[in-house]
Design a protein around this ligand. Structure first.
Ligand SMILES: Cc1cc2nc3c(=O)[nH]c(=O)nc-3n(C[C@H](O)[C@H](O)[C@H](O)COP(=O)(O)O)c2cc1C
Length: 193
């Protein structure tokens, strides 16, 4: 394993953060391919689960995730759009914590495009009879209808408004924090690890 080189500036750290997110979309072995998504539970308690990172647009800082619109996380985002993403890439020795506003897309062009880009093996997973989290007598057989799943499918977009980047390095851990205001203006700086 190569030793990570600390970036010279927070802007370099941000470029590296965005590179890791882009790689997370493309590389199934990347830790950022399956980060943890945090939402606020309907009872106010934290709510976490693994998701697949489907796309990342660095220009507008938007991540895309797919889910079942019947799932608790969909209801949680509808009730409170604040959400966060976490992953630690052991190879890069980088932890990232992202926070922002999530939006749920059910039947609009974003959802249609996301569905169109999905592979059949992904589409069938949404064709379950029971909504995620429904008590069942026994684990059900895998669904096999790639068309029926569309009615249950949703895309989630998460716009990153804050990013906390931590690199573990022998020479000294290196942490930077980034925040974007409503106009998209970035504030960036090192913070104590
Ligand atoms: C590797 C892995 C990838 C997953 N990817 C997704 C995903 O992309 N979307 C999703 O809704 N659930 C995904 N899940 C399942 C969720 O972690 C979770 O169990 C399920 O969505 C129910 O979450 P909820 O009850 O918080 O809504 C994945 C689980 C694992 C282990």
């Amino acid at each position: 394993m190569t030793r990570p080189t600390p970036p010279d500036t927070p802007q370099d750290a941000l470029a590296e953060a965005f590179r890791l997110l882009s790689r997370g979309v493309a590389d199934r072995r990347s830790a950022f391919h399956t980060p943890t998504l945090a939402t606020r539970g309907l009872d106010g308690a934290p709510s976490l689960r693994t998701v697949v990172l489907r796309s990342f647009d660095p220009a507008c800082r938007v991540l895309r995730i797919h889910t079942d619109r019947r799932s608790p996380k969909a209801a949680e985002i509808a009730a409170d759009p604040r959400a966060a993403i976490h992953a630690y890439d052991a190879g890069a020795q980088v932890q990232m914590r992202l926070a922002g506003m999530a939006s749920l897309h059910l039947d609009d062009a974003i959802a249609e495009d996301a569905w169109a880009a999905s592979r059949e093996m992904s589409r069938v997973t949404y064709a379950t009879t029971d909504a995620p989290g429904t008590p069942v007598a026994a684990p059900p057989a895998a669904p096999d209808d790639p068309i029926a799943g569309r009615a249950n499918f949703a895309a989630i977009l998460l716009r990153i408004d804050a990013l906390d980047w931590l690199l573990l390095a022998a020479a000294g851990h290196c942490r930077a924090r980034f925040a974007w205001d409503e106009a998209g203006a970035l504030s960036a700086g090192w913070v104590a690890p």
